[in-house]
Design a protein around this ligand. Structure first.
Ligand code: PRT
Ligand code: ZN
Length: 295
């Protein structure tokens, strides 16, 4: 029997680690306790996690030090922009967490309000590859000032005229007197791999993992709805149920005028949806999370 195991690169600590560990847990991966800071072994799958900084994940997967990795698209495409050696990487699955936008921003009271205003000016960023590519496509020439962190302070201290940085809520920009005027790149966490991995066993484990991840992602936005509805208003109830056109309709014992409706809804169920259901006579409405799904 072969002892080949899939090595998955994950961020050791941070936003990607939080989402990544949650996804693995929901996908049923049980991690053994270990003192080793670099490697964590899965107890129930031929899988090892390699815990490193997110910046290193694309090159670790590209060189074969790891088979797969969980990384932000921002980091993946920035490193691919800088190094042609990473062209052997591909996205196996979009994971739907750690969503953020790489945005151009400038002092709110300054004279830079659009991409064209950056002509001949300087931009501080940790993403010079993606930023320069975007500006080039727009025909704007600007100087890139590469920074490892605290990019948002650059205009204040006179290091650059504008910045290009990741934004999620926008609070950091606001706190530093900056206003965003353009989105350069939209990002979320992705599962990456090397193209044409020759190991059949690794690819088998990866196939299983991808199938489970897809189930977790699908079940996150899917809800199970139970309700009782007047028999003569069932068509109206069906029309309101989000993302479901074929609910199960069952009789209610002792009631000719009422039916029980069960439906899997693949779109978000809002309070307003429940209010509409109630308005057409639905009662005892329950909305429940779905723990696992497999098509
Ligand atoms: O140590 P290591 O290098 O592994 O960690 P890190 O500090 O590079 O990473 P971490 O955990 O901060 O971010 C990892 C990944 O999370 C990023 O590469 C993105 O793919 C994703 N992500 C999602 C974000 C954000 N949202 C985010 N808001 N990464 C960083 N930020 C920062 C941003 O740089 C800015 O400083 O948060 C600030 C802005 O947030 P708002 O909410 O004020 O807009
Ligand atoms: Zn990092």
């Amino acid at each position: 029997m072969s002892t080949e195991r899939l090595t998955l690169a994950c961020q050791k600590k941070g936003r990607l680690a939080d989402g990544g560990f949650d996804l693995l847990k929901r996908a049923g991966v049980k991690l053994a306790y270990g003192r080793d800071q670099l490697l964590r072994r899965a107890e129930n799958l031929p899988l090892d996690l390699m815990l490193i900084r997110d910046d290193d994940i694309p090159s670790f997967v590209s060189t074969g030090a790891c088979d797969y990795g969980i990384v932000g698209e921002n980091e993946l495409y920035e490193t691919m922009e800088r190094s042609a050696r990473l062209a052997n990487l591909e996205v196996a699955l979009k994971l739907g967490f750690a969503r953020c936008k790489l945005k151009l921003a400038a002092p709110i009271d300054g004279d830079i309000k659009s991409v064209e205003d950056l002509q001949g000016r300087s931009v501080a960023t940790s993403y010079p590859g993606l930023t320069a590519k975007f500006l080039k496509e727009r025909g704007v020439e600007a100087e890139m000032v590469e920074m490892g962190g605290s990019v948002e302070v650059a205009p204040k201290v006179g290091v650059a005229d504008a910045i290009c940085d990741l934004v999620s809520t926008g609070a950091t920009l606001e706190a530093n007197g900056l206003a965003a005027f353009e989105t350069v790149f939209e990002s979320e966490a992705v599962l990456i791999r090397r193209k044409n991995n020759p190991s059949v066993i690794v690819e088998e484990t990866a196939g299983l993992l991808v199938q489970r991840f897809e189930g977790v992602i699908a079940s996150r936005q899917t809800k199970y709805i139970l309700l009782n509805a007047p028999t003569d208003r069932i068509d109206e109830v069906r029309a309101i149920l989000p993302g479901n056109d074929a609910p199960t309709v069952a009789p209610v014992v002792g009631r000719e005028d009422v039916v029980a409706v069960h439906a899997v809804c693949t779109e978000e169920v809002f309070w307003s949806t429940l209010e509409k259901l109630k308005a057409v006579g639905a009662r005892s409405i329950l909305v429940m999370p779905i723990e696992k799904m497999m098509a």
